[in-house]
Design a binder for this molecule. Sequence first.
Ligand code: UD1
Ligand code: CA
Length: 493
Amino acid sequence: MNPPSNTAPVELQPPPLDVVIMAAGKGTRMKSRLPKVLHRLAGRALLQHVTDTAAGLNARSCVVITGHGAPEVEAKIGHLALGYTGFSMKCVRQEPQLGTGHAVQQAVPVLADDGVVVVLSGDVPLIAADTLRALIEACAGQSLALLTIEFADPTGYGRIVRSGAGWAGDDIVGSVENAAPVVAIVEQKDATEAQRQIREVYSGIMAVPARLLKGWLAQLDNRNAQGEYYLTDVVKFAVADGVPVLAHCIDDPLQVAGINSPQQLAELEREYQARLARSLMEQGVRLADPARLDVRGNLRCGQDVDIDVNCIFEGAVQLGDGVRVGAHCVIANATIAAGAVIHPFTHIDGEKAGVQVGEGALVGPFARLRPGAQLGAGVHIGNFVEVKNSTLAAGAKANHLAYLGDATVGERVNYGAGSITANYDGANKHRTVIEADVHIGSNCVLVAPVTIGAGGTVGGGSTITKDTPPGALSVARGKQLSIAGWARPVKKA
Ligand code: UD1
Ligand code: CA
């Protein structure tokens, strides 16, 4: 290794990054009271997809332009900001909404001059960080870089006009292929018939030095077919100033797909899920049907995981080696250890506290694990059994129709059908402790706080209100009475 020296070349720091997200538009076609950017894709608000991506770029700040539904959108941003570090989030209102150029103008007072600005849309959720990095690299702190894509049907989009573009015989000259310089973006409604033939369109995403952007924004006017201040007009100002305009053309339409309607939202969701399913299968996960899987969060799988049809995974879920998940399970915020089997129709949601399922445990069918359920190795939880904030040590079993809430259950305990912990006195929650090797009969009520001593047995139908000694049989129910020769009533004539 070389010792540090004064003559070593200094690495040039790239300029800081500031992200502007346009999210003031109405979203009329959603026909919803919820602001468009708050609708969910794969379990996250459209806007959150964009802010998560921005945060992943190591941006310095993020400015969200709000307008329609501003209070709700701003509340969401306030909430999201808590989850990011080293990344300041601000909201700026745009009222009324006079176009995309007008939207970005609102951000000018809060944008520093020394940065590169990346302009994104809150309703284009799947733009990839890698694509933005390439765009920022193309901008290089000095050019205007536009993210573009070629569409077979470019209707409705702003067309990328390259120098010389126009009719030349049967061809449009100036194309992505010959990389002629970009001279303008022309909106559909302002385009000539020849320009409408251009298939390269502006995605709505650009990277541009803040200093240059501010100067150009100050020159915008609304003399166009829509009477709007177009952000896309910055291109002609860049050309006039001799600033290079670069088009970074990608070929993945998913990344630039905007959401305007419930149909588009559903289509993008399916495409997103299809890609996710493919990537899980590439890792070796066996999906009974990749088209019948929904992951709304982060699913991590070990080797030889099998997932049957119609399962939904939410939040952070981890499936260990050899885990099998039956059909129609909903599993959220849970860690399932190796070899465990989750039988069909099981609902698991750890929320904040999480759920842990131990190695080789069997859960379901029709089981419900709630926050704080911690099952040890080989635990069995059968049909219609609910477990909340309870620890079950290795080998414990609750196989039928039971409730365990706020309980500590020892190893090898057998918890009978229909038994419950009465953990709530109407005001406070109390704990039930069931020590190792206890056998709880059917239909028992364990009134907490109470401890069942190790190795003890509780007779079926007992209501237990006092601690029981280890090794004892405890029975707490009306004594059985038999009346000899009992004559049943007979029906009157
Ligand atoms: C814009 C581009 C077009 C591009 C297309 C890609 C302009 C003038 N045109 O057109 O070249 O092909 O995106 O999808 O920029 N918004 C505001 N305030 C406003 C207007 C819009 O915040 O006053 C927001 C919208 O909520 C949306 C984004 O800006 O998130 C884009 O607006 P939209 O109306 O969809 O732009 P297009 O007309 O489709
Ligand atoms: Ca528009």
